[in-house]
Design a protein around this ligand. Structure first.
Ligand code: ATP
Length: 427
């Protein structure tokens, strides 16, 4: 097993021998000297090979991106602008890379997305691409640690289901032996059932599938959803949990990923609480700007762009109309035309939807039917409300959307290792 990494060279006393294993990113061969830039997951080092090195001849056939093991010593004075150098005593070729490479790793040529994603394993070797996933991991762990600190239990729920969470056309149909079933759009019903099971604070990080036909820079057909549900809580409690989870995700990223703020739009831990603006206030803002907003309808991209200009960063839009929210959303106590719901936005982009949920079984059954769904299909879910269901609230946060806005990525596909969209189910 490799247990010495390129960044460990920074702590080595000059003159000491080191063994470096990695990829030969670049090879410059001259008459009496050669330079190999070796890369591993922690950084780069220049390997300086003099002609008197017995392995000098191997460099004539060494191809870029081959896997090598280099042995050498750390010089007293580093003469490479990379900031790390070893003076090579031996070069071992572990595995040769074929020539030519399907896409360049360091070349300054713009490669289109399709070509990049067809060879994603190579694309990910580019440091500027690899670090997106270091960021994603750090953001997720910040959120996860925060939720654990708040007494949440992480769970896994089925992705093959016989009832659609929200109905609608956004479902992938799957043949499951003799039956036709769906890929789950969201763990919503399961996390509520777990609250009924006595897991008062529950969260899941898992795939969610949406058969949305449109190809947009903000939609994937398979994305990672971070979902929470809390018993004995309302929408205000859930919003509070969300803003703190986001702040912790961002601070974990900024504190633990090298040069984080140099490639991120969000450069500081955001101040909490985030601003809150109600749906009705949004309609007023839009009308004030001369935009023909229709009261009771969802806010489209254009409307959200106008609202987003009023807030620099994260903010909540609260109290959405009942007509545009799912059946399980609780209604405002004093006005059933509106719900105890919210979206978290970053400028014009929605990152999270959440709400307090209905906990009364008769009301829930009625709301399912009001949406034109068959309540018999939801019997497994409705049952859990009949034997002691506390009031509860939660949210669903799209991890790739969150990474997209934090890093300012133009397309959500950049935040997915192997994106799935209308045309791509490969590799
Ligand atoms: P949108 O209006 O942006 O299509 P939605 O209202 O369908 O989203 P929800 O069903 O409320 O989204 O899902 C909660 C969160 O999951 C969203 O705020 C978003 O972060 C994420 N999400 C939803 N659909 C997608 C998708 N197709 N691709 C990536 N993330 C998504």
């Amino acid at each position: 097993m490799k247990n010495f990494f390129i960044s460990d060279i920074d702590n080595i006393t000059p003159g000491k021998e080191v063994h470096v294993k990695g990829w030969a990113q670049d090879i410059r061969l001259m008459k009496n000297i050669a330079f190999i830039i070796v890369r591993d997951s922690t950084g780069l080092v220049q390997a300086t090979v003099k002609r008197d090195c017995p392995d000098f001849h191997k460099l004539e056939t060494l191809s870029r991106e081959s896997v090598v093991e280099i042995t050498g010593t750390v010089p007293e004075k580093v003469q490479s602008n990379i900031g790390r150098e070893i003076l090579v005593t031996s070069v071992e070729l572990i595995n040769m890379a074929e020539v030519p490479l399907p896409i360049g790793i360091t070349d300054n040529v713009e490669t289109d997305m399709d070509t990049r994603f067809n060879s994603r394993f190579l694309d990910l070797r580019k440091p500027e691409i690899g670090r997106i996933f270091q960021a994603k991991s750090a953001i997720l762990w910040g959120i996860r640690n925060f939720l654990m600190s708040q007494g949440f239990t992480e769970v896994q729920t089925p992705k093959t289901v016989s009832a659609a969470t929200e109905g609608g056309a956004e479902l992938f149909h799957v043949k499951y032996f003799e039956k036709n079933i769906f890929l789950n759009q969201s763990p919503q019903l399961y996390k509520e059932m777990l609250v009924a099971s006595g897991v008062e604070r529950v969260f899941e990080v898992g795939p969610a599938f949406r058969a949305e036909e449109h190809n947009t820079p903000r939609h994937l057909n398979e994305f990672t959803s971070i979902d929470i549900e809390m018993g004995f809580a309302d929408h205000h409690d859930a919003m509070h949990m969300l803003e703190n989870a986001i702040a912790k995700g961002i601070s974990n990223f900024l504190e633990n990923v090298r040069d984080a703020s140099s490639f991120s739009v969000v450069k500081e831990k955001p101040v909490t609480p985030f601003p809150r603006v109600s749906y009705l206030e949004c309609i007023k803002i839009l009308k004030g700007e001369g935009y023909p907003a229709v009261h009771g309808e969802d806010l489209n991209n254009e409307a959200l762009k106008i609202i987003g200009k009023k807030f620099d960063g994260f903010y909540f839009i609260t109290d959405w109309p009942t007509s545009v929210r799912p059946f399980y959303t609780a209604l405002l106590d004093n006005n059933p035309e509106y719900t105890k719901s919210y979206d978290l936005q970053f400028r014009e982009i929605e990152i999270t939807s959440g709400a307090q949920r209905v906990h009364n079984p008769a009301e829930l059954k009625r709301r399912i039917e009001d949406k034109g769904l068959d309540s018999d299909d939801f019997e497994f879910y409705l049952r859990t409300f009949k034997y002691g269901m506390p009031p509860h609230a939660g949210w669903g946060l799209g991890l790739e959307r969150l990474v997209q806005v934090i890093l300012g990525l133009p397309n959500i596909r950049e935040a997915s290792l192997f994106p799935r969209d209308r045309n791509r189910v490969f590799p």
